[in-house]
Ligand binder design. Structure first.
Ligand SMILES: CCCCCCCCCCCCCCCCCCCCC/C=C/C(=O)SCCNC(=O)CCNC(=O)[C@H](O)C(C)(C)COP(=O)(O)OP(=O)(O)OC[C@H]1O[C@@H](n2cnc3c(N)ncnc32)[C@H](O)[C@@H]1OP(=O)(O)O
Ligand SMILES: Cc1cc2nc3c(=O)[nH]c(=O)nc-3n(C[C@H](O)[C@H](O)[C@H](O)COP(=O)(O)OP(=O)(O)OC[C@H]3O[C@@H](n4cnc5c(N)ncnc54)[C@H](O)[C@@H]3O)c2cc1C
Length: 667
């Protein structure tokens, strides 16, 4: 069956064209599933097309050959051009469209607006009172001011209760005095803080009459709006180059008794009255909502990072020929090797699974903020916190692994920056650290799991949230041939056993006399394992739910193959738990392996189109190996020729050092 596949173009590498002709589904239809709606998938294409008509937004020089300063300058130039076309390109204030625009034009190396849009504005939306929004939100949205989110300090990132920056209230002047008492209290890491932002949301310990109330968000002007010079009392700068993200100026910030008006404490949920009396928020952790916002986006964003690496690796694997199978007259596409498929296809399945989770958690966050802001209803906070804590940790970990496998799948050329995979990897794995270090967040998820197990043990299963309901499921014998539900049942048993085992271990240490904190630490590895299994179960169930809801028959069939691969791969990956606890037999293991191998064969003809469906433009991919037209070799040669080292035949370093050295050696 051949579909009217928009990706097919006769000028392309014939190997890629052949792949596209074998697809059993329409990539536009698949894009609707990936991006959540027909409307948004179409808008994305429209925006991409409009961008391609703006000459100033087409990449000129490869980013790999730019210095850090050049990258930042280039990102600012592109932002300026974007700003001029903003209203023609996207619906103003549509976050998803803005994100697409950014990914397409500026790519992933970071830029001065990354934190403005992802944390500064969302914090104003969720934490500022109506009056404060009136004052700052409009200006921020019009990009009259640029803001960032300054929370992490040199000495503390994970343990927010020990942040040292203070905001001491002075009732006589009705001001807060921001101060950095020690070197470790310097804000350190915030994106776009160093050189670009002139405002920041600063998380500081609120102190009133010598009493500490813990971290609270303040809006703080850092630089003069006309000259962009730091205001007196403020020390601010860039923290230097990083593993990736070098188009962003992550920064440091110190305050020397810097005064801000009382009205700069964001007061939607808590207040400090002129006399210093404090009205507490409806939930103690409501001030952490911006972190939950970003975490709720991360399954989607990380899924898209891994998708980019896989588009590159899969397309390249379809044009790279090396070695023989039966026919010795022509070398095979490396994508035909089972090992190559095993390296790439499970990650393709994870990409789809992560994105489906992201579509869900982004909506859950939006609903939560509506509930909190309109009705003061904070009842959804704990569940969303534990879900997104586990999800960000699991997704970032597997994304890092998947991207690294994609690099290796491209052989030597994967290691060249021409592939762009190293940049994607560097950016993606930052997600293992930012928005909460992965172990720390897995342990947050474990808190909710342990509480749920304790509820079951205390005889209150009716109090469990729906996500935890599997903890009450009895052990059963499962026939795997029945379909996805059987896999879910086995996964539930594995996850349940681990949650109970970890909790039992925690309790055992406590009974032996350890405090809960010490017992917790002694059980931490087991607890993180329980969190991972719990989260992977959620991912698996979301994948099944989503595929079941698809109406297009051919899209559903292609995704069912991918889902089957995911189910078998995931179960095999956690088989040691199942075998140890007698949940699965070795015969069932053999069945799963065979299913997995036959899934690889089924997916093979659709592999390129499953990745084409993400509809990333060449501008966004920035990869010589991943070019849509598949003309890899001649473009690798052009790319190498444009290296600054090749702009002269004899380098000054040769004249200055190597030549004299060789001359000396002759003597
Ligand atoms: C021209 C035009 C431009 C236009 C622009 C267009 C738009 C485009 C946008 C651009 C996009 C660019 C592309 C994006 C690329 C990605 C960019 C990425 C940027 C990355 C930015 C990174 C930012 C950061 O990292 S910010 C700092 C993050 N820091 C952390 O995450 C710290 C982690 N630590 C914590 O969160 C806490 O310390 C925690 C939770 C570990 C512990 O907190 P605690 O206060 O100590 O609490 P604890 O005692 O442990 O728990 C008590 C209790 O409270 C519960 N709890 C904790 N947190 C929460 C919560 N948030 N919600 C609910 N409940 C919570 C906890 O579970 C406990 O409960 P119980 O067990 O019931 O007691
Ligand atoms: C690219 C990037 C962008 C960032 N952007 C921002 C930003 O915009 N704004 C901002 O405020 N911050 C930002 N950060 C900072 C980031 O949020 C923190 O680095 C992160 O929260 C981790 O905290 P940490 O550095 O203190 O790690 P640490 O907590 O020091 O982690 C070190 C080790 O200690 C372990 N550990 C720590 N506590 C525990 C515990 N309780 N139990 C078990 N193990 C533990 C961790 O697992 C880890 O292995 C950014 C960081 C990066 C890398």
């Amino acid at each position: 069956m051949s579909f009217l596949n928009k990706e097919i173009c006769d000028g392309d590498n014939p190997d890629l064209t052949e792949e596209r002709r074998t697809a059993t589904f329409d990539t536009d239809r698949m894009a609707q599933v990936i991006y959540g709606s027909e409307k948004f998938a179409a808008r994305r294409r429209q925006i991409t097309k409009s961008i391609s008509r703006i000459p100033a937004l087409q990449d000129t020089k490869p980013l790999a050959f730019m210095t850090r300063e050049e990258k930042i300058t280039e990102a600012c130039r592109e932002l300026d051009v974007l700003s001029d076309h903003w209203e023609q390109l996207i619906y103003v204030n549509d976050e998803e469209e803005a994100l697409h625009l950014h990914r397409e034009v500026i790519g992933m190396e970071g830029h001065p607006f990354a934190l403005h849009e992802t944390m500064f504005i969302p914090t104003l939306v969720s934490q500022a009172s109506d009056e404060q929004q009136e004052k700052w939100l409009g200006r921020a949205r019009k990009r009259e001011i640029i803001g960032c989110y300054a929370q992490t300090e040199l000495g503390h990132g994970s343990n927010l209760r020990k942040l040292e920056t203070t905001a001491t209230y002075s009732p006589s002047t009705q001001e807060f005095i921001l101060h950095t008492p020690t070197i470790t209290a310097l804000k350190w890491w915030p994106g776009a803080l160093g050189k670009s932002s002139n405002y920041a949301i600063v998380m500081a310990d609120l102190v009133i009459k010598n009493k500490s109330y813990g971290p609270h968000p303040f809006i703080v002007q850092l630089r003069d709006e006309k000259t962009h010079q730091p205001l007196p009392g403020i020390t601010v700068g860039d923290i230097g180059p990083k593993m990736a993200f070098n188009g962003a100026d992550n920064g440091f910030l110190g305050f020397d008794h810097f005064r801000i008006p009382r009205g700069n404490l964001l007061m939607r949920h808590n207040r400090v009255e002129p006399d210093g009396s404090y009205l507490k928020p409806p939930h103690a952790k409501i001030g952490y909502s911006s972190m939950v916002k970003v975490r709720s986006r991360m399954a989607m964003d990380q899924g898209l990072f891994m998708a980019q690496a896989l588009v590159i690796a899969v397309r390249y694997s379809a044009v790279r020929r090396q070695g023989f199978l039966e026919d010795k007259s022509q070398e095979v596409k490396v994508l035909d090797y089972q090992t190559q498929q095993h390296r790439l296809f499970p990650s393709i399945a994870r990409v789809y699974a992560f994105i489906f989770c992201g579509l869900e958690t982004i909506q859950l966050y939006e609903k939560l903020i509506l509930d909190v802001n309109k009705n003061g209803d904070t009842s959804g906070m704990a569940d969303l916190h534990s879900l997104t804590s586990g999800l960000k940790s699991v997704v970032t970990h597997f994304t890092g692994q998947g991207i690294e496998q994609a690099r290796m799948a491209c052989g030597g050329h994967g290691y060249s920056m021409a592939s762009y995979i190293s940049e994607i990897y560097g950016v993606a794995v930052a997600g293992c650290t930012y928005e909460g270090e992965n172990m720390v967040m897995l342990l947050q998820c474990a808190r909710a799991l342990v509480k749920a197990v304790e509820l079951v043990e205390e005889g209150h299963p009716e109090k469990l949230s729906p996500m935890m309901a599997y903890l009450t499921k009895p052990s059963v014998t499962v026939d795997l041939t029945v379909g996805p539900e059987a896999y879910v049942k086995i996964f539930q048993l594995i996850a349940k056993k681990q949650a109970f085992k970890a909790t039992e271990q925690l309790h055992k240490f406590m009974v032996a006399g350890d405090s809960r904190d010490v017992a917790w630490n002694k059980s931490a590895v087991e607890l993180t394992k329980a969190s991972r299994l719990h989260t992977r179960l959620y991912i698996l169930k979301t994948f099944i739910r989503r595929v079941e809801s698809i109406t297009d028959i051919s899209v559903k069939a292609a995704l069912t193959d991918l889902l089957n691969l995911h189910l078998n791969y995931e179960l095999l990956d956690v088989a040691s738990y199942a075998l140890a606890d007698g949940i699965m037999s070795s015969t069932q293991m053999d069945f799963i392996k065979n299913q997995l191998y036959s899934s690889l064969e089924k997916i093979r003809p659709n592999a390129v189109s499953l990745m084409d469906s993400f509809q990333f433009s060449d501008l966004q991919l920035r990869s010589v190996l991943g070019r849509r037209d598949g003309h890899v070799y001649q473009n690798l040669f052009e790319w190498a020729k444009s290296s600054p080292l090749n702009q002269s035949e004899v380098l000054p370093s040769v004249t200055q050092y190597l030549k004299p050295m060789m001359e000396k050696s002759k003597l």
